[in-house]
Design a protein around this ligand. Structure first.
Ligand SMILES: C[S@@+](CC[C@H](N)C(=O)[O-])C[C@H]1O[C@@H](n2cnc3c(N)ncnc32)[C@H](O)[C@@H]1O
Length: 428
């Protein structure tokens, strides 16, 4: 299976005539180009995304067969259905494994850690312990507060957050009645979420943040978003106005912030994205009686969209119960996070000071090869001429041995997945 997003994956087909439908469209628009995606596909206007999913078989010593291809929203949803359903299923398996776990908090988290990193539970790459941090913060807040609590997630997809919070309620018990709101512009995601979680008056869905309404404005409310607000809101002002309008008691974010003062309007996945202005968000928070905690952050530059700081940020109304800070959730999860205290004169410069120019260069280089959101490994191996040559030789040999000789794949994910498959099948 080959999945291509915009220009991030480069495929070179030599036996172009054997491809049907979509492949021909791609070739048509790449006519005079050495690589298929080095030019804008003319079916796209500049920087507006056309997701493409081509599924078929690479056959040893024979021509590849394209069996199905999807373009546009369907391609996106087909690919992400697998990714997020995998994630949801892992959470369900963990939930089952931890059912009725009556032990100490530390042994609960020990078990969670071992399940979350067990590849037999998650044979795919999607799940990891890091993905429990936001749910941990939400679950802990719920356990510290009483009465009905509303939790709204922008981009809930299949609402694995809800299931994670339910699992974590064993460690952070609560008597509060919970009401959930998903805000997702994908009718497919909403339909799946309804199927998985059932329809009841405790769960509401909206397709746009502009239509969002609280169950009851007098209740405690939480807002959370993971890499969706930065796409959904056109700029930092709109985002801050939304937060101001709804006066959530807790805001839990994992979003990119601009890597210098101000905001950065850019494109990622071919979609407009705003790397928020850290100063605007923190100024809003401080003026509206929130405490700010940066639970974790790391420098990133996905698909060369621009340097940003991916930040797990918690805004908490000072009036709400607070027994300890949310970095304690990282400790419970046994994750070492780059926790940062935020004071009144907080600015992104505080974080930037901690990133050396060499580290930025490392991030830029890593993201060129691996354009998805993620931490760049700290001790990244430097590519030497010898290791570069060794890679080329290994790859050529593998391709020659496996018969995949007429396809060159660029883009680290695609090539790594293909080579993994080839080397694993050779071991069988
Ligand atoms: C990055 S995923 C978030 C997944 C999940 N919440 C998590 O934390 O793993 C993106 C989700 O946001 C939705 N989405 C993207 N843009 C949106 C927008 N402008 N408004 C609402 N939902 C959006 C997508 O349909 C998708 O379900």
């Amino acid at each position: 299976m080959l999945a291509a997003e915009g220009r991030e994956v480069i495929l070179e087909y030599r036996n172009s005539d054997v491809f049907s439908d979509i492949s021909r469209i791609l070739l048509l628009y790449a006519q005079n180009s050495r690589n298929l995606f080095t030019r804008e596909l003319t079916l796209m206007t500049k920087n507006i995304r056309t997701p493409i999913l081509v599924w078929g078989d690479l056959i040893s010593k024979s021509r590849p067969v394209v069996r199905r291809s999807l373009v546009g929203e369907r391609a996106h949803e087909c690919m992400y259905a697998w990714v997020y359903l995998t994630d949801y299923l892992v959470v369900k398996r963990i939930s089952k494994a931890l059912e009725g776990h009556a032990g100490e908090r530390s042994s609960f988290f020990g078990k969670l850690k071992s399940f979350a990193s067990d590849r037999n539970i998650d044979p795919h790459f999607q799940h990891n312990l890091e993905a429990w941090t936001l749910a941990g913060v939400v679950a802990k807040f719920i356990s510290l507060n009483e009465g009905p609590i509303e939790v709204a997630e922008l981009g809930q997809t299949f609402f694995s957050l809800k299931t994670k919070v339910e699992v974590l309620s064993q460690a952070y018990p609560s008597k509060s009645q919970l009401q959930w709101t998903g805000i997702d512009n994908s009718p497919f995601a909403v339909e799946v979420a309804k199927t998985l979680h059932g329809e009841s008056k405790e769960i509401a869905y909206f397709d746009d943040w502009r239509k969002f309404q609280r169950f009851d404005a007098s209740q405690t409310a939480i807002f959370t978003s993971r890499f969706v607000s930065s796409y959904a809101f056109e700029n930092s002002d709109d985002f801050v106005l939304f937060l101001k309008k709804h006066q959530f008691e807790l805001v839990v974010l994992e979003e990119p912030f601009n890597a210098c003062n101000g905001e950065l309007l850019t494109f990622n996945h071919g979609l407009p994205i705003c790397y928020f202005d850290m100063k605007k968000v923190s100024a809003f928070a401080l003026a509206n009686d929130y405490e700010i905690e940066i639970v974790d952050w790391y420098p990133d530059n996905p698909a060369k969209s621009g340097r940003c700081l991916n930040t797990k940020m918690v805004l908490r109304k000072k009036a709400t119960n607070q027994v300890d800070d949310f970095s304690a959730v990282s400790a419970d999860l046994m994750l070492s996070h780059a926790h940062t205290e935020v004071s009144d004169d907080f600015s992104v410069a505080l974080l930037l000071d901690q990133i050396s120019p060499a580290r930025w260069r490392e991030v830029d280089r890593y993201k060129f090869a691996n354009p998805v959101w993620s931490k760049t490994p700290i001790d990244m191996q430097k590519t030497t001429f010898v290791s570069w040559m060794r890679n080329i030789v290994t790859e050529t040999l593998l391709r020659w041995k496996s018969g995949l000789i007429f396809i060159t794949l660029r883009g680290k994910n695609v090539r790594a997945e293909l080579l993994r498959h080839v080397s694993e099948s050779r071991r069988e």
